[in-house]
Design a protein around this ligand. Structure first.
Ligand code: AR6
Length: 182
């Protein structure tokens, strides 16, 4: 599914984010930035050791780790994407602990960093909805609303892709996007 928000193409597609050839792909990382499971594991595995090397160097200036909602950027290593933006989504613990605001912040920080670095095309996974347990229906609305609000205020990004790992998630994101653009 495709839509346009303020001249930016929004694409929802099924698949593996590590295959995307966008300028950057976003990693759903954890504060340690040393890799992990899920999309984080897949990105490090396919991108190779250069990504971890740069993450280690970033950690030297962030001894406590990357706070939830913030984002940093590294090389894409051997990936088709030139850059990886690492952000940390919130762990779901019922929804009353600022999870929606923190999830929105993770998307916003990633988009701000993309703009700052002159990146025109960016792919996102469904941040927080795997190991971090955020319900995908709620997360998809936060993700797409945050992207739409960002694009109303900022010009310069040509395409934003959401790469969903399974067809249920894809359907859920399609419903959320339909709600937002209509
Ligand atoms: N391409 C696209 N989406 C994927 C891929 C892939 N290759 N692999 C998994 N997903 P998760 P989180 C989907 O757990 O919830 C890690 O261990 C997956 O199906 O990767 O933010 C980190 O190190 C799900 O829909 O991220 C952290 O410790 C979505 O990506 C923690 O998990 C996010 O699932 C972060 O948890």
């Amino acid at each position: 599914m495709e839509a346009r928000i303020c001249n930016t193409r929004i694409t929802l597609l099924p698949g593996d984010i590590t295959e995307q050839e966008t300028d950057a792909i976003v990693n759903a990382a954890n504060p340690g930035l040393m890799g992990g499971g899920g999309v984080d594991g897949a990105i490090h595995m396919k991108g190779g050791p250069e990504i971890l090397k740069e993450c280690k160097s970033i950690r030297r200036s962030l001894p406590e780790g990357l706070p939830t909602g913030e984002a940093v950027i590294t090389t894409g290593g051997r990936l088709r994407a030139r850059k990886v933006i690492h952000t940390v989504g919130p762990v779901w613990s019922g929804g009353e602990r600022g999870e929606p605001e923190l999830l929105a912040k993770a998307y916003r920080s990633s988009l701000e960093l993309s703009l700052k670095m002159g990146l025109k095309t960016v792919s996102f996974p469904s941040i927080s909805t795997g190991a971090y347990g955020y319900p995908v229906e709620k997360a998809s609305r936060v993700a797409l609303r945050t992207v739409a609000e960002f694009l109303k205020k900022n010009k310069g990004i040509e395409e934003i892709r959401f790469v969903l790992h399974n067809t249920n998630d894809l359907k859920t994101y399609e419903n959320a996007l339909t709600e937002i653009v209509h």
